[in-house]
Design a protein around this ligand. Structure first.
Ligand SMILES: O=C(O)Cc1cc(O)ccc1O
Ligand SMILES: [Fe+2]
Length: 451
């Protein structure tokens, strides 16, 4: 396997048939993988004694009584309980959780930010997380937070898990490695990763500096959206999601494990690497997905559909059809609609729309919404194409046109999103954003005909 040298010497499973570079294909499959031959018990989960002297341990991602339970059986050198006590509270002041409503911050509005710049300070996955918005309530497991990460340093003998949330990671710059209990995910721009709630991992910089976006999902897990009339093919195809094969470290070294739990952070000291799962099987596992595999489906004669057709993943809320979070992708595609104003229409939406630019230009905002930048159009607040996009699209000669070199995304939630003090005061907020609509003029003069 072609991987950069790793100081932690992970022992990884040989690449089984049907995998590419240490990953197994499929979304939510029941996987099985072992890094040493015979480490995975066959035909049962809890043998009286496991091979190699391993401990069996279950990680449950859904309630025991769920209709479709999600859980993974791990066979590990030491049970997790060896590294989960005597926690000391620590402060990560930039990583906020909902509810986080700052009385001095106004969230009602349309907002846009330039990319949050890197600083001289060395930052890890934990110290470099900057919360931009929060929604819902982490304690009742509803809602989400959006973050920007700025990472320049690897975690060394430091590990982390979030009991609060599943993380959807959307890199924009640099390459990261997620060395997890269940295997290794290498991640670069145009790919995304899902790190499940409760999974222990360490984040290393493969190529820095690294910047990206994170959607922290407090609620029910992300799943593939129902396809309805679209049918079995296109959009995100399940086989393009890749789950890592087993990889473990047998490493005794003073280490820390930090836990995010009900919005607070605590650390414990342990004497070994917790990435010691030699074999595992189950359907609760991290995965990555290459966004270039997303096959967009759209209007092929006229009009502009709702952006739900571009949903990559959806995290349901209790209300059918109304997501806790939709992850929506605006990527390269052909525009062929006849007699149509092609960019997104002007609109107000009960859902709150947090957008990020991964690369290129977004059709509704040719200027100002730049790679690494973000925008927020909060619940029921009007927005749409800026003046430049409006004039261009309403006067264009319409033929088949490729929207090329473009990749933006949206975290859309049913809950209002509240800006953090960081987003309002420290991040590069564009004070003049709403001016992009100011010069839209009245064209109506009482006479019929198109103006
Ligand atoms: O506001 C936006 O730019 C996102 C968006 C895109 C689209 O094609 C339709 C609706 C919508 O909210
Ligand atoms: Fe919108």
């Amino acid at each position: 396997m072609n991987r950069p040298t790793n100081p932690h010497k992970l022992t990884q499973a040989g690449t089984p048939v049907g995998t590419t570079e240490g990953y197994m294909p499929g979304f939510g499959n029941d996987f099985e993988t072992e890094a040493l031959p015979g480490a995975l018990p066959q035909g049962m989960n809890s043998p009286q004694k496991c091979n190699y002297g391993l401990y069996g341990e279950q990680l449950s991602g859904t309630a025991f009584t769920a209709t479709v339970p999600e859980r993974t059986w791990c066979y590990r050198i030491r049970p997790s309980v060896k590294h989960s006590h005597r926690y000391a509270k620590i402060d990560l002041p930039y990583w906020k959780s909902a509810p986080c409503v700052d009385p001095d911050v106004i969230s009602l509005g349309q907002y846009r930010w330039d990319p949050v710049p890197h600083s001289d300070e060395g930052l890890t996955w934990l110290t470099g997380m900057r919360t931009m918005t929060t929604a819902g309530d982490v304690n009742t497991q509803v809602g989400m937070a959006s973050h920007i990460y700025l990472v320049t340093e690897s975690m060394v003998d430091d590990y982390f898990f979030s009991a609060d949330s599943e993380l959807l990671v959307v890199p924009q710059e640099g390459r990261l490695r997620f060395a997890t209990e269940l295997g290794i995910i290498d991640l670069e721009p145009k790919e995304i990763a899902i790190i499940p709630r409760g999974l222990v991992y360490r984040v290393e910089v493969l190529e820095g500096p690294c910047r990206g976006f994170v959607c922290e999902n407090y609620g029910q897990k992300f799943e593939l959206p129902g396809r309805g009339p679209i049918g079995a093919n296109c959009m995100a195809n399940p086989r393009d999601f890749k789950t890592p094969v087993a990889a473990f470290e047998d490493r005794d070294a003073p280490s820390t494990v930090t836990v995010k739990w009900c919005g607070q952070f605590h650390t414990t000291n342990i004497g070994h690497s917790p990435l010691d799962v030699v074999a595992w099987h189950g359907n609760y596992a991290p995965c990555k997905y290459d966004l270039r595999n997303y096959c967009p489906v759209g209007a092929i004669l006229f009009d502009h559909p709702d952006p739900s057709i571009f949903t990559v993943l959806t995290a349901p809320s209790g209300v059918p059809g109304t997501a806790n979070i939709d992850f929506v992708l605006f990527r390269e595609r052909w525009m062929v609609m006849e007699g149509t104003f092609r960019p997104p229409w002007y609109h107000k939406n009960i859902m709150s729309e947090l957008m990020g630019n991964i690369y290129g230009q977004y059709d509704a905002k040719p200027q100002g919404f730049v790679p690494g930048g973000m925008s927020l159009h909060n619940m029921m607040l009007p927005h749409g194409p800026d003046k430049e996009a409006f004039e261009k699209a309403s006067n264009a000669n319409l033929g088949p046109d490729k929207l090329d070199r473009t990749m933006s995304f949206m975290f859309e939630t049913r809950f209002p999103q509240h800006l953090t003090a960081f987003a309002a005061n420290e991040a590069p907020l564009q004070d003049d954003y709403i001016d992009c609509w100011t010069s839209l003029e009245k064209k109506f003069d009482g006479t019929p005909g198109k103006k």
